[in-house]
Write a protein that binds this ligand. Structure first.
Ligand code: NAG
Ligand code: NAG
Ligand code: NAG
Ligand code: NAG
Ligand code: NAG
Ligand code: NAG
Ligand code: NAG
Length: 435
């Protein structure tokens, strides 16, 4: 999900599927893994040679908290709920112009652009906060998926590399091809990977959150089109690069799982038949083939039909949010079967308590029925946070309000018991499937 959805939603229209249009030699992956590292075996994950099935949690805001009591409380409630894997952001960049404000508000930042290059912040307001989240997760026996950057603007994602290094007027996909940007990305990746290379708490490295040809602030260029393989070439080079730094941890794309099918699915919208953006390659990914890359150990996919297809609610549409989701799950399970690798339903969400109560039980049960499913709903809600008396604007529209962690409309909290029970039940089922 794009973080700070509420903030972004007022700036940006949701895209419309109708109108939008070589690699380094990598070290082989180690086959003799250190103790406590997650590995894969065909379509499944393993931990120390035993099956590892799980329900996970997404929380990008954990490293932005400044109260250790709140970080402990959050990871402790994750553990009590049966969560075994946390996914969080491993990037956080600000512009030089933002530095003074960041220092005043104790805002977390890992890199600052000084007008010429990124300067690393590995101090107490920087990477030491990520260190601390990972160390606290370890205390609660929770593994962590760390993403290196964002397709979206939020928290200093890829568009800021483009704006700061190349200036205005670029398309978003130059992020995937410009050598200076790739060097800067890789320098940061090397910093993060080297920092946690030996840690069994890292579940996997993720190349980018939700890579696409376009972003929320920049359009796709003419060289990122169906069949151009722009993202696959980048996934290949970056996954090989990470493998050359780290022979042991799993690597994944972090993508939404878009397909590039020869005969993409179509759907009825307002009485005309429309080619489905999520299947026709326009987004940039090619899930079936990306999953075959030698150093992509497993696939990820996300699921937000309600915000992806406002059309579904119009007359003349033949799909529902619920059905579209079931089909999306099936299509990824089939791709996993073909590739012989695991996949994770790594983010999913619908807005409003009523929709969550109706739809989550069906999606989650359908995924669990496949036996090879791991689910990570977007996003974890924590109640009872205490910092600044329980009210604090973190960044953008992300705020702690009355002790509740940021709510982008998809957030679910423990007081929403029917929804919460769906996940605690799923966690028990997954636990029983683990060794
Ligand atoms: C800033 O955050 C740190 C935790 O990283 C905390 O220990 C410190 O008290 C905070 N400083 C202020 C002035 O709030
Ligand atoms: C970043 O800061 C520089 C000055 O340091 C400013 O010229 C530029 O507009 C800022 N860029 C963005 C994207 O905020
Ligand atoms: C940015 O940092 C680099 C490396 O420390 C330094 O050489 C350069 O002069 C800095 N640029 C600015 C504008 O401060
Ligand atoms: C909607 O219609 C299209 C085109 O006829 C068809 O391919 C698709 O399976 C239909 N979807 C559902 C959920 O019935
Ligand atoms: C649906 O089609 C009708 C007739 O072509 C048109 O007037 C209307 O604007 C369309 N609605 C949407 C939401 O595109
Ligand atoms: C619930 O889902 C329906 C159908 O997608 C949508 O129109 C509605 O806005 C959703 N409710 C909320 C509160 O998001
Ligand atoms: C649960 O907590 C959230 C966050 O404080 C609040 O918005 C909501 O009204 C509470 N109750 C229910 C039933 O969602």
């Amino acid at each position: 999900m794009r973080p700070a959805l509420l903030f972004l939603a007022c700036l940006l229209p949701l895209w419309s599927p109708v109108s939008l249009a070589g690699a380094a030699t990598a070290t082989e992956k180690n086959s003799n893994f250190p103790k406590g590292f997650v590995t894969t075996n065909g379509r499944d994950f393993q931990l120390d040679g035993k099956p590892f099935a799980f329900v996970g949690a997404n929380s990008y805001w954990l490293p932005l908290l400044t109260s250790q009591a709140d970080i402990d409380a959050t990871l402790n409630s994750m553990k009590q709920t049966g969560v075994k894997v946390l996914r969080t952001w491993g990037w956080n960049a600000i512009n030089g112009t933002e530095l003074e404000g960041a220092l005043q508000t104790n805002l977390t930042y890992y890199q600052v652009w000084n007008g010429t290059q990124y300067i690393l912040n590995d101090g107490p307001q920087g990477l030491q906060r990520l260190d601390n989240v990972i160390a606290t997760a370890e205390k609660y026996d929770i593994k962590v998926i760390v993403a290196f950057t964002n397709n979206w603007f939020g928290y200093g994602g890829s568009d800021l590399y483009i704006q700061w290094m190349l200036g205005a007027g670029q398309s978003h996909d130059v992020f995937f091809t410009n050598r200076d940007i790739i060097s800067s990305y890789q320098a940061y990746v090397k910093t993060i990977v080297s920092r946690y290379k030996d840690s069994p708490t890292i579940f996997a490295w993720e190349l980018m959150n939700e890579a696409r040809c376009l972003s929320d602030t920049l359009p796709a260029g003419p060289s990122c089109v169906p069949g151009s393989n722009t993202l696959r070439t980048w996934y290949r080079e970056q996954s090989d690069y990470v493998r050359s730094l780290d022979p042991n941890h799993l690597i994944t794309t972090g993508g939404e799982g878009h397909f590039y099918w020869k005969n993409p699915r179509k759907y009825w919208f307002n009485h005309s038949l429309v080619s489905d953006y999520n299947y026709n390659g326009e987004a940039g990914e090619d899930f079936d083939h990306d999953l075959l890359l030698p150093n992509i150990d497993f696939g990820t996919y996300h699921l937000y039909p309600q915000s992806w297809y406002s059309e579904l609610d119009f007359p003349g549409s033949n799909w529902t949010v619920e059905n579209w989701g079931i089909q999306w799950i099936d299509d990824h399970i089939n791709a996993a079967d073909k590739a012989g690798k695991p996949v994770i339903l790594e983010e999913f969400g619908v807005g409003g308590l009523r929709n969550k109560t109706d739809i989550y039980p069906k999606w989650v049960q359908h995924a669990l029925d496949t036996k090879h499913a791991r689910i990570m709903p977007w996003q974890w809600g924590q109640l009872g946070l205490t910092e600044d008396g329980g009210n604090r604007l973190i960044k953008y529209a992300d705020a702690i309000i009355d002790g509740a962690s940021p709510n982008d409309g998809n957030t679910f909290y423990a007081n929403q018991t029917q929804v919460w029970d769906v996940f605690t039940r799923a966690a028990k089922i997954q636990d029983a499937r683990s060794g």
